[in-house]
Design a binder for this molecule. Sequence first.
Ligand code: AMP
Length: 400
Amino acid sequence: MELLNIKNLDLAGKKVFIRCDFNVPMDEFGNISDDRRIRSALATINYCIDQDCAVILASHSGRPDGKVIEKYSLAPVAKRLQQLLKRDVILAKDVVGEDAISKAKALKETEILLLENLRYEPGETENELELSEKLASMAEFYVNDAFGVSHRAHSSVEGITHLFDEEHKAAGFLLQKEIQFFGKLIQQPVRPFAAIVGGSKVSGKLEALVNLLPKVDKVLIGGGMAFTFLKQMGYNIGASLVEDDLLQDAQHIMDEARRLGVKFYLPVDVVAAERFAEDSVSKLVSAQEIPDNWMGLDIGPATVRLYREVLNDVQTVLWNGPMGVYEMEKFARGSNKIAHFVADSYATTVVGGGDTADLVQRIGLDEEMTFISTGGGASLELLEGKILPGVLPLIKKEEA
Ligand code: AMP
C-alpha cells in the first residue's frame, strides 16, 4: 500500500493545512506531561516551512463535545510548539470563525497558524461537510499527519480529503512512518507474538481483542478490564471496575482464544484498595480473594512473575493499555515492572496508546522500545487489518 507522498506535492510558497494530533496528556495545572505527539509532528511542519509554505495547523484535544471550554484550549500546545520550532506560532481564537478565517487569509510564507481545538465545533466528530469545506477553504494543500485520529471519520480527517485532488493532498511523515511500521508488523510478525492489553475498560478494546486473536499467539490481560473477565469466571471482584453488560462478550473472547489455540492469561493476584485513592489502605490478594467492597487497582507480584515467564520466549510484543492505575505511584508497580521486562527483551517491542507511551516515558524507557506509536486505537485497528478512514483517501489511486 503506497500513500500519497508529501514530497510529491508542489508546495513551494503555497498554503498548506496540516491535520496534526496534538491531543497530549496534561496535568491538573494545564502542563503538558508528554509532548511526544507534538515532537512527532515537527518533521512535517519543518519540511513545509523549508518549502516556504504558510502553514495552518489543526488538532483536537480532549472531548469538549462541540462546546468552547477553556480547559481544552490549544494555548499550551501553541506555546510548546513555539519552543520546539523556535518560531512564532499564531493561535486563532476559534476554529472556522471570523478570527481563524481572517488570520488564515492573511498568513504569509513561513508563518504558522494554529487553529483552536477542532472539537469546539460540533460538526467535527459528525464528519459534517460544511465544516470540512470551511477548513479546506483555508489552504491549497491538505496533509494528514494525525495518525492517532486516523481511525475516526471526522471532518478534518476524512471529509476534508474529498475536497482535494491527488496533486493537492498527502500523508505527512509521521503518518507514513506509522502505516509502514504496522504494515510490516502485520504481514510477517516474528513469532511467538504476544499482545499485552490493559487499560480501564473492555468496551474500548472489545472489537480489537476479538480481531487480534487470530493474529497473535498469546494475550496477557491487565488493568481494569481484567475484572470483567474474572467476574465472568465466577470470581468475586469486590468493587473493582466491571462492565456487567459485557460479561457474555468476555466469555466469547475466552472461548475464541481456546478455539484458536491462543494462550489467554488473566491476573492471578492484584493490589486491592479500599478506595480509589493514593492514600488508601491496600493489600495484596489473590484474584480469587478480593474482599467485598475492595477494588483491584494493579496486578500483583505473582502476576508479574507469571507474565515475565510467558513473555520469555516471545519475539514480538504489542503493548496497549496500562496494567493498573499507573498515575498513582502506589498502583504503578505492575505496569513499571512489565515495562522494564519488555524494554529489556530482545523482542520487537511495540507500544501503542497515549497512556502506555506516557507510562513508559515516565520511567525513562521510551528509548528502549522498538517503536512507540502515537496512536492507541488507530494502531489496534491497523493490526486488525482495517484500512483507516483517514488513510484510505490518501492511498495512491491505482492501488486504492
Ligand atoms: P484506557 O484509556 O482504556 O487505555 O485506560 C487507561 C486508564 O486505565 C488509566 O488512566 C488507568 O488509570 C486506568 N486503569 C488501569 N487499571 C485500572 C484499574 N484496575 N481500575 C481502574 N482503572 C484502571
